[in-house]
Design a protein around this ligand. Structure first.
Ligand code: HEM
Length: 198
């Protein structure tokens, strides 16, 4: 796994990260709402071990799906209509890191704040800024962030099954991943929503 301090723009745990207005008590309620149990947390750790050396392939698989849909690929295009490869590469390093973070990071204040930061980086408040990118699209529309959750839950399963775990373990890792992903997306949606509606 790449050393976090070498990843440009990966500001996890630093004062540069946005502060999430979500309290740890709100977070506990949200975890309860997605049904995240202590057993899920153990299976998420197991998933982290399974995914660690496959994280880049996971991101490549998702990118391939995005590339085939012009209404998704457009969020990475430069003013000439070509994919901004430098931007894609920079974002990818943080994205790869996120795959294991999603499985291993404790859900504390630093984690909560970085979820707010990732949410903001999908919106016009912060998109393109971290990498100083000249990409045209200023904002990823919320509907696609939500819809892509279906892809990110379905496509992870074959990766979880590559290390010889029993089908029961694979199912449980997958269940824990799905809950974790929904939790992330719920938190990332917060900066999109008008005050009081979240
Ligand atoms: C389940 C859905 C999604 C997940 C798990 C996800 C995850 C991530 C992560 C981890 C990052 C890097 C955060 C960081 O800077 O540390 C990121 C950034 C980004 N994502 Fe997503 N994403 C999702 C949906 C989408 C969709 C649907 C699009 C558009 C097709 C998209 C486009 C981008 C772009 C353009 C960035 C870079 C934003 C910037 O300029 O900083 N994402 N995403």
């Amino acid at each position: 796994m790449e050393d976090a301090s070498n990843i440009p723009g990966y500001t996890y745990g630093t004062p540069e990260v946005a502060h999430s207005p979500v309290t740890l008590d709100d977070l506990a309620k949200l975890e309860q709402a997605v049904g995240l149990t202590d057993e899920d947390r153990r299976y998420l750790h197991m998933a982290g071990d399974v995914l660690e050396d496959q994280a880049e392939q996971v991101v490549d698989a998702w990118r391939a799906i995005i590339a085939k849909q012009p209404h998704l690929a457009c969020y990475f295009l430069d003013p000439d209509g070509k994919p901004d490869e430098a931007y894609k590469a920079a974002v990818k390093r943080r994205f790869v890191r996120w795959v294991t973070d999603a499985c291993r990071r404790p859900h504390d204040r630093s984690w909560l704040d970085y979820q707010e930061e990732i949410g903001l980086r999908h919106t016009q408040a912060k998109k393109n800024q971290t990498d100083n990118a000249g990409v045209v699209a200023p904002h990823i529309h919320l509907r696609y962030l939500l819809a892509f959750t279906a892809i990110a839950t379905e496509t992870i399963k074959p990766f979880l099954a590559t290390k010889g775990h029993t089908s029961n373990d694979v199912e449980r890792m997958h269940g824990a991943w799905c809950k974790s992903l929904m939790l992330h997306i719920a938190l990332w949606s917060r900066p999109y929503v008008k005050d009081g509606a979240w």
